[in-house]
Design a protein around this ligand. Structure first.
Ligand code: 5GP
Length: 204
């Protein structure tokens, strides 16, 4: 993005799988219709109710690997036996046109995004407890036991990254977590460095 040009706000939400990121983001979108979700590309199978181009762009491993070769990702990761990646073109175009974007990423991807987009806002969503997280992951039923074990191990590793984020929000109640994220977004949009144009206009 050109220096000094006002672009969209980029919000990245992480938190172990099963923390409720998707549910909280859906609640947030009801409170703040100005934000758009940018779906990732993945090789994992769609879960019940997931739609192409809304929740994810679903690809085969071969298609995903071709996209890696063609440099089509801002970042990508091999997570619990599946690829996930952020499509560069869609992200750049949205930010350039001033659209505020929210995306879900696991921790390594989130940190790569922060390196590439230092003005992005990283929010770590915590589960109310590890017990509750385990219950949620197991109740999804879409994955088999080794994958569930892997996700639980990965969850405790991911929580160790929370200190590197800009904000930490606990998902005790979905509505409260969504309200807190909405407050973060409002405050971020008021930061002086995001409002240089207004400051220039009124300065004598
Ligand atoms: P799930 O399979 O539960 O939808 O996602 C597994 C993990 O991958 C979640 O932590 C989710 O936030 C993360 N994820 C989804 N899309 C991307 C992506 O494009 N890049 C990275 N690095 N992580 C992603």
């Amino acid at each position: 993005m050109e220096e000094g040009k006002k672009g969209g706000l980029l919000i990245v939400v992480s938190g172990p799988a099963g923390t409720g990121k998707g549910t909280v983001i859906r609640a947030l979108l009801k409170k703040n219709s100005g934000i758009k979700v940018l779906p990732s590309v993945t090789t994992r199978n769609p879960r019940k109710g997931e739609k192409e181009g809304i929740h994810y762009y679903f690809k085969t491993r071969e298609e995903f690997e071709r996209m890696i070769e063609n440099n089509e990702f801002v970042e990508w990761v091999d997570y619990c036996e599946n690829y996930y990646g952020t499509p560069a073109k869609q992200l750049e175009e949205s930010l350039e046109s001033g659209i505020d974007i929210i995306m879900e990423k696991e921790v390594e991807g989130a940190i790569k995004i922060k390196e590439r987009y230092p003005d992005s806002v990283l929010i770590f969503l915590l589960p109310p407890s590890f017990y509750e997280l385990k219950r949620r992951i197991m109740s999804r039923g879409a994955e088999d036991t080794p994958v569930i074990d892997k996700r639980l191990r990965r969850a405790s590793e991911e929580i160790n990254y929370a200190g590197r984020y800009d904000y930490v929000v606990t998902n005790k109640r979905v509505e409260d977590a969504a309200d807190n994220i909405n407050c973060i977004i409002k405050a971020e949009k008021l930061k002086a460095f995001r409002n240089i144009d207004i400051l220039k206009e009124i300065s004598l």
